[in-house]
Design a protein around this ligand. Sequence first.
Ligand SMILES: C[S@@+](CC[C@H](N)C(=O)[O-])C[C@H]1O[C@@H](n2cnc3c(N)ncnc32)[C@H](O)[C@@H]1O
Length: 201
Amino acid sequence: MPPLRTGIALPIEEIARKPFDFAAMFPGLSRIECEVGFCSALFLTEYANRHSDTGFLGIEKKHAYFLRGLHNLERRLKQDNVKIVEFDAGAVIMMLVPPASLDAFHIYFPDPWPKKRHHERRLMTRGNFRMFHEKLKPGGRIYAATDHPDYAEFIEKELAAVRDLFTRLPYGAADREVMTKWERRQTAKGIPITYYLLEKR
Ligand SMILES: C[S@@+](CC[C@H](N)C(=O)[O-])C[C@H]1O[C@@H](n2cnc3c(N)ncnc32)[C@H](O)[C@@H]1O
């Protein structure tokens, strides 16, 4: 199906040369948030529609999911406040997101990479928490969730290593304004989810 709306997807080869200029990307919007791994973009679309005063950068590395997400955004987004990039989020954030430019990260159910030799591929590492901290504005937040107990344990250790950077605030299922697709599925099955809300110090 042809795109119904142009300009949502940012081709990596066109944007990779210089850091994002969020003021130019989202004219008139001073709040900027980023979702990592948006998959079908059901959360991103609904959340962006509810927060029309905020610009959203979505990053998804898998081609099929990226296309599905783009399709949903093209059909359901009510205003021009979302841009998406198909690439590895770590690289995009490190290279293209300016320091102190984001109000929030949303990282829901990042791939758990259960094998020990693959742990270095995990997104929620102390190194990446330091990078997220650098990219957030003062008081900026990270919203995250996992349903993988071993990953949750790993995240606790990584957070302990950067405890001087973030304050962990109370946050749980009852606080969720919009659920992701995976979150709905796991919640319906009764699978426990660990939620995180971290505020930049
Ligand atoms: C388990 S799915 C969760 C999808 C969605 N957040 C949800 O909650 O329904 C993880 C998603 O993150 C994406 N992803 C994992 N690592 C990524 C990375 N380094 N950069 C961008 N996307 C990534 C995957 O392709 C997949 O779409």
